[in-house]
Ligand binder design. Structure first.
Ligand SMILES: Cc1ncc(COP(=O)(O)O)c(C=O)c1O
Length: 371
């Protein structure tokens, strides 16, 4: 009797495999914080701020407790508040819009370019009103936004540009790192992100010293010095343990990013004949494939088949923000942003993580081919 091959199961991502590949360094970094007792902010966080800001081509980094907090404080530092409008896209994670709302401002949407899933620069100018204060493009899935025309519109209309780079650590646009182009840029270190903490984390990076000073105060109760509160602030500080872990992991990020890019190239070759819409890499950019989203009109059936074969998938995101009950705005209903709405109906995220093997990639391909 020939033994039957055990089908390869493919998780959506494998944080445990990554931990085991760097366990000794991570455990030492955590122990060091336990010994120093610098549990909140501290030297490791400060070191990580310097290193990650440099990696992102920015002068300063201010670490906070999530990507959402980073966006909230970036908007506040830029002076955005009640009565203001911020232009963004509806095909994003809800946090982009939630952070705009936290300031009292209104999110105004422009549709995405269907090839890149990012802000269509040609639509931005028509969305500007006398109340517009900022533009918040999102480097969705790790694909850099076409920034030059957006930066030019920002300059011409005196608008602040805040990059939502939560999904795009290490991505590049015409050789410039994501994070170095807008007035401010915000990253998330949620565990599943390309650079993930072992808990929550985020950072604002900026070249503007005044914004940096304000954000440093806002994340720590608006204190100029201990118990001298000059701004109504927040408790948004990053934990020392997360800073120490992220510092270790940052040293591996380029290697992990190259692994993601090589898996994406392999998917492109393996899936070329499936009829699926494969992610387009905009020329002149470095896509970092936080999410590998394909397009299909048979999403439910494909998800079911993959799931039955032990292959996990995801949908990023099934409902665009303008159609979410919590963020409804009478200005927009179904049909307002057709490319975003169609993306929400068609995108399917395949497994993507640096530790994927050729076996994993083959198993996904075979399942998608119906074999
Ligand atoms: C595009 C985008 N913006 C903002 C966020 C918020 O980041 P966090 O989950 O760290 O608050 C996320 C992550 O979940 C995201 O994907």
């Amino acid at each position: 009797m020939t033994p039957t091959a055990i089908p390869v199961k493919v998780p959506f991502l494998d944080l445990k495999a990554q931990y085991h590949s760097i366990k000794l360094e991570i455990d030492a970094a955590i122990s060091q914080i336990l010994e120093s007792s610098q549990f909140v902010l501290g030297e490791e966080v400060a070191g990580f701020e310097r290193e990650f800001a440099a990696y992102s081509g920015a002068a300063q980094g201010i670490a906070v407790n999530s990507g959402t907090s980073a966006l909230h404080l970036a908007f506040l530092a830029a002076g955005i508040g009640s009565g203001d409008e911020v232009i963004t896209i509806p095909h994003t994670f809800v946090a982009t819009v939630a952070a705009i709302r936290y300031t009292g401002a209104r999110a105004v949407y422009v549709d995405v370019d269907p090839a890149s899933f990012t802000m269509d620069p040609a639509k931005v100018e028509a969305a500007i009103t006398p109340r517009t204060k900022a533009i918040a493009p999102v480097h969705l899935y790790g694909q850099p936004v076409d920034m030059d025309p957006i930066l030019e519109i920002g300059r011409r209309h005196k608008l602040v540009v805040v990059e939502d780079a939560a999904q795009a650590h290490g991505a590049k646009y015409k050789g410039r790192p994501v994070g170095s182009m807008g007035d401010l840029a915000c990253f998330s270190f949620y565990p599943g992100k390309n650079l993930g903490a072992y808990g929550e984390g985020g950072m604002v990076v900026t070249g503007n010293a005044e914004y940096a000073r304000t954000i440093r105060m806002l994340r720590d109760w608006g204190q100029e010095r201990k118990y001298h509160h000059v701004l109504p602030g927040y408790n948004y500080r990053l934990e020392g343990i997360q800073g120490a872990i992220l510092r270790v992991k940052l040293r591996y990020l380029e290697k992990w990013t190259e692994a993601r890019r090589s898996h994406a190239a392999r998917y492109r070759a393996l899936l070329a004949d499936t009829g699926l819409g494969l992610p387009a890499e905009t020329p002149g950019t470095r896509h970092v494939y936080h999410v590998y989203a394909v397009r299909t009109r048979e999403r439910e059936a494909l998800m079911k088949r993959l799931n039955e074969q032990g292959i996990q998938t995801g949908i990023h995101y099934p409902v665009p923000v303008h159609l979410q009950p919590a963020y409804a705005d009478s200005a927009w209903g179904r049909g307002s942003f057709p490319h975003s709405e169609r993306a929400a109906d068609e995108v399917l995220s395949l497994p993507m993580f640096p530790e994927m093997t050729e076996e994993h990639l083959q198993a996904v391909s075979q399942a998608l081919h119906g074999r």
